[in-house]
Design a protein around this ligand. Structure first.
Ligand code: FAD
Length: 320
């Protein structure tokens, strides 16, 4: 496959279900070697593309020598755009940087998009981002976007050669393929599923080429979501997002963080495990069962959130 290619081109040209992975940028100070070590065992499966998440900056309070506190801004995992370029360069694979509204003004967003364009990266997953740690609800940056659909409109405009400075002449059109997020179990802020689906449809009507779902552990939730999307006229590919279970802690952390349910059969099996190594075995079998069923159902891509467990994911993909 030639690189670069758009995610939608990969999907349209594929004869079978594709594989893709999602990774986090390394923690600041760690270097990119750890990320390559994470990716090396996964590259044997010839992923169609690799997503790299985006992490907004946070305000933290640093103690000064005199005992007072100073508010400083830190970005723990910087470098999404350049990491995408580095991965593309090293493995000859397409990459999908995530781009968020939170923490960005529209000018900074435009600069990030121009940088990606120069780097030859033609894919973005457009997201709102969550509230900053010190905020109770999401607040856009002054002069930034409130919803993913607003950011998407900016990317679409750039694809038509429309930059913020309207007086620019003979502008280059970017060629971003745009993905957006969808929630089989509803986005936690949406008052109901119908409203959430209407907002998702807005993103598609504004130019989204495909949807990637939040993780789910019950395939019936994904199939129900796809059916509901089709019924309201969303026709773009819907890529299932899958995550392995590997520790007992996840039984409470995942529902709290991602607002999703774990089916009783999975939760009970994990609960009975004596060690996290036992949990990994349960998690592997569950992920394999989910993956096989989804592939049989003809999903376009199996997208794995590999975060921290590349070998477990590799074990599953090998056995699908
Ligand atoms: P939106 O589509 O803007 O929706 C947010 C909420 O607002 C929803 O409840 C929706 O129903 C509602 N809404 C949407 N449009 C409107 C409107 N016009 N009027 C009123 N209400 C509206 N976060 C990160 O920080 N970095 C990442 O890299 C990252 N990657 C992710 C990858 C995937 C596949 C997924 C599923 C999530 C990811 N997230 C990431 C988390 C994401 O940023 C959060 O879930 C965030 O809370 C919502 O983002 P969104 O793009 O779905 O927002």
């Amino acid at each position: 496959m030639p690189v670069p290619m758009k995610v939608i081109e990969h999907i349209n040209q594929a004869k079978d279900t594709l594989i893709s992975f999602e990774v986090l940028p390394p923690l600041k100070g760690k270097g990119i070697g750890a990320l390559y070590k994470h990716l090396d065992p996964l590259m044997a499966f010839k992923p169609a593309f690799i997503n790299v998440t985006y992490h907004r900056s946070e305000h933290v309070f640093k103690k000064r020598a005199d005992g007072s506190f100073e508010k400083v801004v830190v970005r723990k995992r910087p470098g999404t755009e350049s990491i995408c370029a580095a991965i593309m360069n090293k493995y000859n694979v397409d990459t999908v940087p995530h781009l968020i509204c939170g923490g960005f003004s529209i000018n900074e967003t435009e600069d990030a998009l121009i940088n990606l364009h120069y780097l030859g990266i033609d894919n973005v997953l457009v997201l709102r981002g969550d509230a900053a740690k010190n905020e109770s609800a999401f607040e856009p940056e002054p002069g930034g976007h409130r919803y993913a659909v607003d950011l998407l409109q900016q990317v679409s405009a750039l694809n038509n050669g429309i930059y913020i400075e309207e007086e620019l002449k003979d502008t280059q059109k970017t060629r971003f393929c745009i993905g957006v997020a969808g929630y089989p179990e509803k986005h936690f802020e949406a008052p109901n599923m119908d409203t959430d689906l209407r907002h998702l449809k807005q993103k598609v009507e504004a130019g989204a080429d495909y949807i990637v779902t939040q993780m789910f552990f019950d395939n019936a939730k994904y199939h129900g979501f796809v059916k509901a999307c089709r019924e309201i006229g969303i026709t773009v590919p819907i890529i299932p997002g899958l995550k392995p279970i590997y520790s007992k802690k996840q039984l409470t952390v995942l529902p709290k963080t991602f607002h999703i349910d774990l089916p009783p059969e999975l939760a009970n099996a994990v609960q009975k495990c004596k060690t996290d190594a036992d949990v990994e075995l349960v998690g592997k079998e569950w992920l394999l069962m989910q993956s096989r069923e989804l592939k049989k159902a003809g999903v376009p891509v199996l997208h794995y959130y590999t975060l921290g467990r590349p070998l477990l994911v590799a074990d599953v993909v090998k056995d699908i």
